[in-house]
Design a protein around this ligand. Structure first.
Ligand code: GAP
Length: 517
């Protein structure tokens, strides 16, 4: 299936099965804002738990906080967001559509990369086992020509970004003959900077309302509380503070479903270290975070690191963890060595000392910070995209059928167990309810008695429920049930008393955490 079609199906599936809804849908929706449905919220909570526990339980020197969304406006001046949290935007005069100039150029680079990959794929098919990809890439004329084009464009683009040269960004768009996807024309405006922060007023006008910002990242809530936590928790450097919370950005190009939203959620951890040790800790966290992603079992080939071409002015190292989405490799998480920029700025703007006193060295310093920052919603999209499968299966009547299954890792699955009476009589519904009553404090269970058993299995596959328990006539005589495994569709007869043990063993997050050690 073409990746584009797959993505469309995924979006439709998320809606049809109660994972994600367009916000304010009955009012025609609000662009780039989404609501999570009854299964979506469970998956989201499980993702957050996986992240939170991996930070807080597995690291004795990482603690959590929950800071307010509203913060003093000077925080955003100090952090640089008021002056520099901008995207370069360009409008097409014919369609009146607005684009990010850097995204248009990145898409152009991706197109060239795609051309190269197509040549390689064609040759692989032609030569079969004997194909030497490295040699082909080094010698094929068309590949070399496109590679040269890519490198030329890439270096020109990087330079323009580094120099914040808006005229040059526009010139690249013109020279590359990039057209507006809506109007098909090259009738572009100048490139301008556009601040991404939302603002609102706090207090009534009579009192003198204050313009405050909706936080565009959760990190600043950690920075301004760093000393509170260090002192009250008697934390010794190195230590980390983790937080999960909403963030808001007035994104210009808000596309690809929940990949880029205007209201989203972040899971961020700031790790405070001694100056001079930050790059070592940066490498350490880079490794830990990649392990966290790969522990989910979606295939290590689907992840890569992407080193930043342009470092933010406060960073001395930065890398993204990218996942292969149906629309290509894209950032899921950023790991940044932020130096002492944020704490020093807050010292300067607040006039309060934010130093750490090292009792062993008998000296105080402003700590350096290594940050890990991942979007909950992007992680959600990664899980759903990796889990969505359409498989050809043979039905009970021997006919071929397609089953849609979400192979969500059991520890993250919204519903762990469905209990299904084969028929709605003979005491089977009561038995099913009794089983749920005995398990509902351990797992999220679901009862379903409507439609044929085959249809009910399919419904649970589509939701991603890893286990279905079926009550049948035999249950009454020997207190056994069948357990059906989502991924293999195998069924096994087990005593009712075994259900808890079998399910608990497989849905436990401990299985994931063990892989992180
Ligand atoms: N504190 C650092 C920071 O905010 P970032 O690279 O701008 O860094 C970190 O964002 C992560 O937050 C991204 O890797 C992504 O997963 C998520 N994120 C950022 N903007 C987003 C948006 N508009 N919609 C959804 N997720 C977003």
């Amino acid at each position: 299936m073409a990746q584009e079609d797959l993505f469309k199906k995924l979006v439709a599936h998320c809606k049809e099965y109660g994972y994600v809804f367009q916000s304010s849908e009955i009012y025609d929706g609000l662009s780039a804002v989404y609501d999570y449905g009854q299964y979506g919220v469970e998956l989201k909570n499980n993702i957050k738990k996986y992240w939170w526990d991996s930070m807080i339980l597995l690291h004795e020197n990482v603690v959590g906080i929950d800071s307010a969304i509203f913060m003093h406006p000077t925080i955003w001046k100090a952090s640089g967001h008021v002056d520099a949290f901008n995207d370069p935007l360009i409008d097409n005069k014919d369609s009146k559509k607005r684009y990010r100039a850097d995204v248009l150029i990145e898409e152009q680079l991706a197109k060239i990369e795609e051309k190269i990959n197509k040549e390689v794929d064609k040759a692989r098919k032609r030569f079969g086992e004997a194909f030497d990809e490295a040699q082909f890439r080094a010698t094929n004329a068309r590949v070399l020509e496109n590679q040269e084009k890519w490198e030329e464009l890439h270096s020109r683009f990087s330079k323009a970004l580094n120099d914040s040269n808006l005229e040059e960004l526009r010139q690249i768009i013109v020279d590359q003959e990039i057209v507006c996807p809506i109007s098909g024309t090259r009738n572009w405006t100048e490139v301008r900077q556009f601040n991404l922060m939302f603002s609102t007023d706090m207090g009534s006008t009579a009192d003198g309302a204050m313009k405050i910002f909706l936080r565009p990242e959760t990190a600043q809530g950690i920075f301004v509380n760093y000393l509170n936590v260090q002192k009250t928790g008697r934390m010794k450097i190195p230590f980390g503070i983790a937080q999960i919370g909403k963030a808001f950005r007035n994104e210009i190009v808000a596309r690809q479903f929940i990949f880029r939203m205007r209201e989203f959620e972040q899971m961020e951890m700031q790790f405070f270290v001694e100056p001079g040790t930050e790059l070592e800790w940066f490498r350490h966290w880079k490794e830990i975070r990649m392990k966290w992603h790969q522990a989910l079992g979606f295939g290590s080939e689907n992840y890569r690191f992407h080193e930043h071409e342009k470092l933010a002015h406060y960073a001395n190292a930065a890398v993204d963890v990218e996942y292969r989405f149906p629309f290509g490799f894209k950032e899921v998480e950023g790991i940044h060595s932020r130096t002492d920029f944020d704490l020093s700025q807050h010292e300067q703007y607040s006039g309060k000392k934010l130093r750490y006193f090292d009792p062993e060295k008998n000296e105080s310093y402003v700590p350096y910070v290594v940050e890990t920052s991942i979007g909950v919603d992007r992680m959600f999209l990664q899980v759903v995209a990796a889990s969505y499968h359409e498989e050809e299966v043979v039905g009970a009547n021997g006919e071929k059928d397609i089953r849609t299954v979400l192979r969500i890792p059991p520890a993250l699955a919204p519903v762990k167990l469905a209990v299904l009476p084969l028929v709605k009589k003979d005491g089977q519904p009561e038995k099913a309810r009794a089983i749920i009553d005995s398990l509902k404090f351990d797992f999220n269970c679901q009862y379903d008695e409507k439609d044929s058993i085959g249809k009910r299995y399919r419904r649970q596959d589509a939701i991603g429920t890893p286990f279905c328990i079926t009550i049948d006539h035999q249950t009454e005589t020997d207190n056994t049930v069948t357990i059906r495994y989502r991924d293999t569709m195998e069924q096994e007869r087990i005593p009712v008393e075994k259900i808890r043990e079998i399910v608990a063993e497989r849905v436990s997050m401990k299985n994931l955490f063990r892989r992180l050690q």
